[in-house]
Write a protein that binds this ligand. Structure first.
Ligand code: DAH
Length: 340
């Protein structure tokens, strides 16, 4: 028994002294003591040779040695891994992978794409024009009188007395009609700029989608029908529209269009401020003076036009209450709009 005790004592020392400096030596170490032909296994195998009353005591001692092997094994493994992590030029290979950052589509772009898709399906082509415009395209050709308040420095960002940042997408109407005889059926999405005080409701730039349809015999009924179809596709099958008379220099008659509040269905809520309706666009029949300016015969042709605000629609669609959120590029905001 004394001899056995001495052997086990020696084994305990060997367990701590066994040289390990690599992963393969670590595995050798474990196998040497605990493998099927290992040192400790041999002792376990011979336990039955001991007198019955001695077995439990020595069994416990052998188990303690086995635990010592496993404890050192774990300790060394952690050390080796930490060392490898430091040495690896690309960091700790044992860490779990990082999800790659996938970009999204900006909520304004998503809304713009939806609007464009609805109109192109109805047969509208997409037209574009410059964001830096002349006074002629932005105002004069659109029948703005010389002293019209919209030309005021307060609203318009001028480059010089003749050149400015367009304040709406309506100049694209002029550019298209100048280039091509009717029939014309286009939408013109794009950025517009205004010299306004920045607040939750207005920003120095925003987006519009212009619409223009010119042909023989185009009537206000065509306009209403087209906008009704648009509203249903944009806001859902139960959406209704209403027209309120209004004024724009380039249309006569002119109207502003409201859509029934898609949130409350018309009963009144926070989004529609209790009225059941929200304004989404301006429209009207193209003024004969505009046709004259681009050389289209107003006796032969008629047309309708409309201009809608993309931010407005996106804010309604997503219930966003501050327009500035679109332009701050705060990822906490943007991540709420997964790719659609
Ligand atoms: N250009 C107008 C604006 O920015 C919107 C508009 C109203 C466009 C009526 C139109 C229209 O084409 O017919 O406020």
């Amino acid at each position: 028994m004394e001899l056995l005790a001495a052997h086990l004592q020696e084994l305990a020392e060997q367990i701590e002294a066994y040289p390990v400096s690599s992963r393969s030596e670590l595995e050798q170490f474990k196998a040497y003591f605990l493998g099927r032909k290992g040192v400790l296994s041999a002792y376990f195998d011979r336990l039955p040779e001991l007198p019955r009353e001695e077995r439990a005591r020595w069994g416990r001692q052998l188990n303690a040695l086995k635990e010592a092997v496993l404890a050192r094994y774990e300790r060394l493994r952690a050390e080796i891994e930490a060392r490898e992590a430091q040495q690896s030029p690309i960091g700790d290979l044992s860490l779990p992978g990082r999800r790659p950052f996938v970009g999204g589509v900006h909520p304004l772009t998503q809304t713009l794409r939806t609007i464009v898709r609805i109109f192109t399906r109805m047969g509208f082509a997409v037209a574009e024009g410059p964001e830096i415009e002349t006074d002629w395209y932005n105002f004069t050709a659109l029948n703005f009188p010389p002293e019209h308040p919209a030309r005021d420095m307060q609203d318009t960002l001028f480059v010089d007395s003749e050149v400015l940042l367009r304040t709406h997408t309506s100049p694209v109407q002029v550019r298209v009609m100048e280039r091509k005889p009717p029939p014309i059926r286009i939408i013109a999405p794009g950025r517009v700029y205004r010299n306004e005080t920045i607040s939750a409701r207005s920003y120095c730039l925003f987006h519009q989608v212009e619409g223009l349809y010119v042909d023989e015999g185009v009537t206000m009924a065509d306009l209403v029908q087209t906008l009704q179809v648009f509203a249903r596709h944009m806001f859902g099958p139960s959406a209704r529209i209403r027209l309120r008379t209004s004024f724009f220099p380039f249309t006569e008659p002119s109207a502003e269009v409201d859509v029934s509040c898609f949130l409350c269905g018309g009963t009144g809520c926070r989004v529609c401020k209790g009225s059941g309706w929200v304004e989404i666009l301006g429209c009207g029949m193209v003024d004969p003076n505009v046709f004259e300016a681009v050389g289209i015969d107003p006796e032969r042709y008629t047309g309708y036009a409309f201009g809608l605000g993309v931010e407005r629609i996106a804010m309604l669609r997503y219930q966003i209450d501050d327009i500035r959120l679109f332009y701050e590029n705060d990822l906490r905001f943007l991540r709420q709009f997964p790719i659609s």
